[in-house]
Write a protein that binds this ligand. Structure first.
Ligand code: NIG
Ligand code: FE
Length: 398
């Protein structure tokens, strides 16, 4: 008799092994919070463990939103109105608005206020079946405010049944008090990494390499400091222009480079060789009306793994639905359903360096998302609506 804690039956599975890895009439068994078995129901080992009848639902690995700026103060609906009247994202940023207006609101917010404003946004994602989320700092741009953001992100993981991976993004923008002294600020950011990491607040280090943010040399200095602390890096790369961000990320063995609308084919090939994941953020492409799209054909040709995330942030992607991003990735970038679903499961796990999730396979965390759909393509097809019928986190209903 197999010793499972619990089994789920009367379900179809997308195991995400070997493409979608569809198993019709499948079963999943858990033990000690991990998947102990997944496959066709007819082959489920005999067990007396409690059974959950899923009523024909589809089970996927719990979804992973691998790029968010979920914690921030205020919002930028006012700037949205200005953009509707003709101003561009870059113009607003250069005038001291954009990221810096969120910096002002975030600096003014207490840790409790940051948590309280992030929770409803988090809840919306969880309701869709998300079980792991990455959260970045980057709206504090001074030690204590960055620390507060990261502490708030960690607190979200205690408030809700979700795994939170944190990324320190001190190199997101140059704060007003360092205007004209950008290199000095980049050095200051590099020095923040060790104390924040010692406090257990940093899982990865991220930066924004762009003409309105940090140069490749400044980004490399921050990455070098991350390397010295033994932390992996990620990069906001080639979003608005091609500064060689993809190749820079590859040079540091980045977990991922994200955005990539302007990345060159050479940069993408370098990423593939380094094993970095390409994180696609169609919400940002859409919301700032970027006409150039990531070069999906070059990514496919290079054999790059592609992930999809919300980039949930108040300026360039106020996207509160990961399922909607699936549709956008398919419709705007022409991803296949299989590529899109790998992008929020297996490849999103890789973008966070998490080897214990993203697939329904023995040994993986038992994080599941259940959906009332007739076929997996429906997850990418609907614009709005939420077919999620249940979430399981580490083997327990969440
Ligand atoms: O991922 N690209 C830079 N950072 C964010 C935008 C942040 C903001 O506008 O507040 C992004 O798009
Ligand atoms: Fe971002």
């Amino acid at each position: 008799m197999a010793e499972f804690d619990r089994v789920w039956v009367n379900a179809h599975l997308c195991t995400m092994q070997d493409g979608l890895g569809v198993v019709r009439d499948g079963a999943v068994a858990a033990r000690d919070g991990r998947i102990a078995w997944a496959g066709p129901r007819g082959e489920l080992p005999a067990t007396e463990a409690p059974r959950t009848d899923c009523g024909g639902a589809w089970i996927l690995p719990g979804l992973i939103d691998c790029h968010t700026h979920l914690v921030f103060g205020g919002n930028r609906a006012g700037e949205f109105e200005r953009r509707l009247a003709g101003a561009t994202y870059e113009e607003i940023a250069r005038e001291g608005g954009g990221i810096l207006s969120t910096v002002r609101a975030t600096r003014a917010a207490s840790e409790d206020a940051l948590i309280a404003s992030a929770l409803p946004r988090l809840d919306g994602l969880l309701a869709e079946g998300v079980t792991t989320i990455e959260v970045k700092s980057g709206y504090g741009l001074e030690f204590e405010a960055e620390r507060r953001m990261l502490r708030a992100a960690r607190a979200l993981g205690r408030e809700r049944a979700v795994s939170v991976a944190t990324s320190f993004l001190g190199a997101h923008a140059v704060p007003p008090e360092y205007r004209g002294r950008q290199g000095e600020y980049a050095a200051l950011v590099a020095g923040m990494i060790a104390p924040l990491a010692e406090e257990g607040l940093v899982d990865a280090v991220d930066a924004f390499c762009e003409r309105i943010a940090f140069t490749p040399a400044e980004t490399a200095a921050v990455f070098q400091a991350a390397r010295e602390c033994g932390l992996p890096v990620k990069l906001h790369a080639d979003q608005l222009s091609d500064l060689g961000g993809a190749a820079l990320a590859a040079r540091f063995g980045a977990l991922s480079a994200d955005h990539l609308e302007h990345a060159s084919a050479e940069g993408l090939a370098a990423m593939a060789a380094a094993g970095s994941v390409a994180v696609l953020l169609p919400g940002a492409t859409y919301f700032i009306r970027e006409e150039r799209h990531p070069d999906i054909a070059a990514m496919r040709a290079a054999g790059l793994r592609m992930a999809i995330a919300t980039d949930m942030n108040p300026g360039s992607s106020p996207a509160r639905s990961l399922l909607l991003m699936l549709n956008m990735a398919c419709t705007l970038y022409r991803l296949t359903v299989e590529e899109a679903l790998l992008g929020v499961t297996r490849h999103a796990a890789a973008a966070l360096g998490l080897a214990d999730r993203g697939m329904l396979a023995p040994g993986m965390r038992c994080d599941l998302a259940l959906y009332r759909i007739d076929a997996p393509a429906e997850l990418c097809y609907w614009l709005g609506g939420n077919p999620c019928a249940g979430r399981v986190v580490a083997g327990r209903d969440a």
